[in-house]
Write a protein that binds this ligand. Structure first.
Ligand SMILES: [Zn+2]
Length: 430
């Protein structure tokens, strides 16, 4: 009864909370009627047919790879849940851990992780390295890529294995309400990672230094002052050692918050365009997107964990999947399967929230800079250097896009420019 209704209910609650802000953001910025240039016209205005084809070829392969990775992962956890494989791995883990319960789950987790990496490695190698070279986007040697991949896996293991041991300790102590204590730990870890990863983890992959161009720094400081924000260091990373792509992001909480620019972005953009991209990051701050994002994640994690706890108990009671107590390490693939299914089902909601945040940040950046030309210039360059899908299928946007497609963002700037013109016209008429 519960398992029948809880998933739709859970999705409905989250959907209700997220679709509203997106509507608002869209409503306030829909272009005036005279500006509703058809999307084909707009595409031709900003991008060459070659750029459109290249972006389509690059992006559509990535959609397929995403699907393949999901299918492989679901297949692995599904197979483990339904076949005797999981029981064999558990027996092996018990003997390796000499029967120590807390160690058994760590060994079991490690073996599942090894299987996961073995199954998904070809996709990672192809999508993350070979294909990036085929498209001329990567500058990394195979050794450097392999080292990054290994570091990523080791960091995941270092963070996830202790959490897994704690999780199963909670399930053993309270097989019904374990999700409450597990949730508290999850929220703490989320906050800690947001605070510490810019200073502990990010430097493991890139070298950071303050932006060298003094004129640019002064321009960016003037911008942050105008935005009324105190920002920590404005840094550049040596992305050019690994990729031709361009990007910028802000990261950290409290004292570790900072703006990070790819050196490839600084090299390939005008100061006005860099300023616009930083203005977009400041827009995220002004609208408190980090805190809002964390609050939404924490709330949905609680709902998801409650649901998983219920389903885990139902599965243990039925004995259908080989475990009769939820704390049996054998329940892990089933738990991961539930987690993955929920992730896939709620990704459209998560990315819709993200897109609405991105629209708000875009709008803030336009207000802050009052420079729609630079906004359009920066968007066009980002799309070109990163081989963006200029006209992505609507379904893909809905399923996967954390940012609005480039033409939508350009349309917002055009609409802003038109309103700016109207306002100027009104002032001149007086
Ligand atoms: Zn953004």
């Amino acid at each position: 009864m519960l398992s029948q209704w809880s998933i739709p209910l859970f999705l409905l609650v989250i959907a209700g909370a997220t679709i509203i802000p997106e509507r608002q953001a869209l409503g306030s910025e829909s272009p005036p009627s005279d500006l509703r240039t058809s999307s084909a016209d707009r595409t031709r205005q900003y991008f060459t047919p070659e750029e459109i084809d290249r972006g389509r070829a690059y992006a559509r392969g990535r959609y397929v790879l995403y699907g393949v990775r999901m299918a492989l992962t679901l297949g692995l956890f599904g197979l483990m849940t339904l076949s005797p494989l999981s029981a064999k791995i558990r027996d092996l883990s018990i003997s390796v851990a000499s029967g120590r319960v807390w160690l058994t789950i760590a060994v079991y987790g490690l073996l599942v992780a090894l299987l996961y990496y073995a199954v998904t490695f070809p996709v990672s190698l192809y999508g993350g390295f070979l294909r990036e070279h085929t498209f001329g986007l990567s500058r990394q040697s195979v050794a450097s890529w392999a080292w990054d991949y290994t570091k990523g896996a080791l960091i995941n293991a270092a963070i996830l294995l202790p959490l897994l041991m704690l999780l199963y300790a909670f399930i053993r102590w309270d097989p019904v309400r374990w999700y409450l204590s597990a949730w508290v730990i999850l929220v703490l870890v989320m906050g800690l990672l947001a605070e510490l990863s810019p200073i502990l983890l990010d430097p493991l992959f890139h070298t950071f230094r303050p932006v060298q161009d003094k004129a640019l720094v002064n321009r960016l400081r003037a911008l942050t002052d105008r935005a009324g924000l105190t920002v920590g260091p404005i840094l550049e990373i040596d992305a050019s050692k690994k990729t031709n792509k361009t990007n910028a992001y802000f990261t950290g909480l409290g004292r570790t918050r900072r703006i990070v620019l790819y050196d490839t972005l600084i090299a390939g953009s005008t100061p006005e365009e860099v300023e616009l991209i930083v203005a977009h990051e400041l827009g995220h701050w002004r609208r408190h997107h980090t805190w809002k994002g964390m609050a939404i994640s924490a709330t949905s994690a609680l709902a998801a964990m409650w649901l998983i706890a219920r389903l885990l108990n139902t599965a243990a009671d039925s004995g259908r999947f080989g475990f009769i107590h939820p704390a049996d390490p054998m329940s892990l693939p089933f738990l991961l399967l539930l987690f993955l299914a929920l992730t896939i089902l709620t990704t459209p909601i998560q990315v819709a929230i993200s897109r609405s945040f991105e629209r708000e940040a875009d709008l803030e950046s336009l207000r802050l800079s009052a420079n729609p030309e630079a906004f359009i210039g920066a968007e066009v360059k980002l799309a070109r250097t990163n081989f963006a899908d200029i006209e992505p299928p609507r379904a893909m946007v809905w399923l996967l896009y954390t940012h609005p497609p480039v033409l939508e963002r350009i349309a917002m700037a055009e609409s802003f420019r038109a309103k700016q013109g109207q306002r100027r016209g009104e002032i001149d008429d007086r």
